[in-house]
Design a protein around this ligand. Structure first.
Ligand code: UDP
Length: 502
């Protein structure tokens, strides 16, 4: 394990810092890391992002804009090890895997990037002074040790999550429980109960030994890191940042919401850069035609995985609300069945005019920032959750797996800007077939929850007020002098003063 100390006589200054950022290869990880890298480079720190060609395409335009405006940022590519890991050519990101049985191979492939990344490192000028790597690439812990530079983890979640995972792990509170048992997460300032069936997979190891081992390795490599950069802001976390730091002794820098680095409509619509099926301006003009806070936006993340039956329930629930909506129905698991329903049942025809179906990638940050959006039905991925929070939009929550049940707790119980759909159990991606009749949330529930938020629901105005309050706090946090702005400066300063005593 690397032991790190501060050295006040460090010879480094901002101009000879060079930070290398390496995201995990999935949109929910790449997008926030690119936003964070942009923010670092706007402080005139040299930043290099290393990724694979098909991932680089997605945000090249965005980075070129930064370069044109004078930021010292560059994007370098390394080949994705398709053959070595048994992943089909043309597939370099998690959500494009042809089968979720390849999840383990994919994790291995991403960790195999280590060798190619080290070759790039050797040629970088000035030599990298710090590595910020996604926590899902634990092989890079060895890279940092080899080059005697600090490795900082970019953890795509928030401090409530980090704290809950730490607490459940160290107390072993969930170990002898049945999946349906409720328990209180120890040590939280505000009581939060969970069911074991809602916890991340590290607490519910499945039959795939390879995946279990990889998850454990990711977990263990956290201990070796110099610290953690978190896409959140202190004011949102209700003391969890300090509490997590106190119990773990780890350095944490909350520098978010990083999506706010995308300022104008062009930057917002180019974020993620995928080919939009319709021009982003068309969404804006359509949204312009609706009253303030009247439209529902529905998107279940980049993986977009629910059963066809569940999609249909969501569709029928939306239809029953009689309200305008934008629904991202990008192709995913067993999509033929959904497409058939969309066309043959006449759904599209019935909702014409008031319902927009997005059959590709949606410019989410742009859509959420429009004044007509009144509610966001989300899978509670942390990026989506935070993007809604900083747009001041109340949420309707449909968590699925990973950290998403914690995120639901944060918005429903802690900041109280969300309404639950009532999902009881996590269904890990790839395991959809194992889930009962394939429906977790009925159309009635969908309609009811949406109406709580933008219909005549009790407490609707207070919820919206709170949502606006947090949006305002998030914005202030990232402005000059705000908590996240200062944490970013602190991060840079800590990197300058890092000294390895390996
Ligand atoms: N996203 C988007 N358009 C889409 C789907 C997703 O821009 O059609 C973005 C979204 O804004 C967010 C990220 O992709 O930044 C998804 O990350 P999140 O953590 O919400 O969920 P994940 O996809 O990782 O489950």
């Amino acid at each position: 394990t690397q032991k790190l100390t501060m050295d006040s006589t460090s010879p480094l200054s901002i101009s000879n810092l060079h930070i290398v950022c390496i995201p995990f290869l999935a949109p929910g990880h790449i997008l926030p890391m690119v936003d964070m890298a942009k923010l670092l480079a706007r402080h005139k720190v040299k930043v290099t992002i290393i990724t694979t060609p098909l991932n680089a395409i997605q945000f090249k335009t965005n980075i070129n804009r930064e370069i044109e405006s004078g930021s010292p940022i560059q994007l370098l590519e390394v080949k994705f090890p398709n053959e070595e890991a048994g992943i089909p050519m043309g597939c370099e990101t998690l959500e494009t895997l042809p089968s979720m049985d390849l999840k383990g191979n994919f994790l291995i492939a991403v960790n195999l990037l280590q060798k190619a990344i080290e070759e790039v490192f050797e040629k970088l000028e000035p030599f990298p002074t710090c590595l910020i790597a996604d926590k899902h690439i634990p092989s890079l812990a060895d890279t940092a040790i080899k080059f005697r530079i600090p490795r900082i983890i970019f953890d795509g979640t928030n401090c409530l999550n980090l704290f809950c995972n730490y607490s459940i792990h160290s107390s072993r509170v969930s170990e002898n429980l049945n999946y349906s048992d409720q328990f209180v997460i120890p040590g939280l300032p505000r009581q939060i109960t969970m069911k074991k069936s809602q916890l991340p997979m590290i607490f519910r190891p499945g039959p795939n030994e390879l995946l279990n081992r990889l998850r454990q390795r990711i977990h263990d490599s956290e201990d070796e890191a110099y610290g953690i950069v978190v896409n959140s802001f202190q004011e949102l976390e209700d003391g969890y940042v300090e509490e997590y730091q106190r119990v773990t002794g780890r350095k944490v820098w909350c520098v978010g919401p990083v999506s706010l680095s995308n300022k104008d409509d062009i930057e917002k619509s180019q974020r993620g850069g995928r080919n939009l099926t319709i021009d982003a301006n068309e969404y804006v003009s359509w949204l312009d035609s609706w009253p303030r806070e009247s439209v529902i936006y529905v998107c279940l993340g980049s993986l977009n995985r629910v059963t066809p039956k569940q999609w249909i329930e969501i569709g029928l629930g939306l239809e029953a609300t009689n309200k305008p909506f934008i629904w991202v129905v990008r192709e995913s698991y067993k999509w033929d069945e959904v497409e058939k329903w969309l066309l043959e049942d006449g759904f599209e025809e019935r909702v014409k005019g008031r319902g927009v179906l997005v059959r590709g990638w949606a410019p989410q940050v742009l859509i959420l920032s429009h004044r007509s959006i009144g509610a966001f039905l989300t899978h509670c991925g942390w990026n989506s959750t935070l993007e809604a929070i900083c747009a001041g939009v109340p949420l309707v929550t449909f968590p699925m797996f990973s950290d998403q049940f914690y995120n639901e707790k944060l918005v429903v119980q802690v900041i109280e800007t969300g309404v639950r759909l009532g999902v009881e159990n996590a269904v890990n991606f790839g395991d959809e077939d194992e889930f009962g009749d394939g429906v977790q949330v009925s159309r009635e529930k969908v309609k009811e929850a949406i109406e709580m938020v933008i219909g005549e629901g009790e407490g609707k105005n207070e919820r919206r007020e709170r949502a606006k309050k947090y949006a305002d706090m998030g914005k202030k946090a990232t402005e000059e002098g705000g908590s996240s702005y200062l944490n970013m400066l602190k991060l840079i300063e800590d990197i300058m003063h890092f000294k390895s005593n390996v």
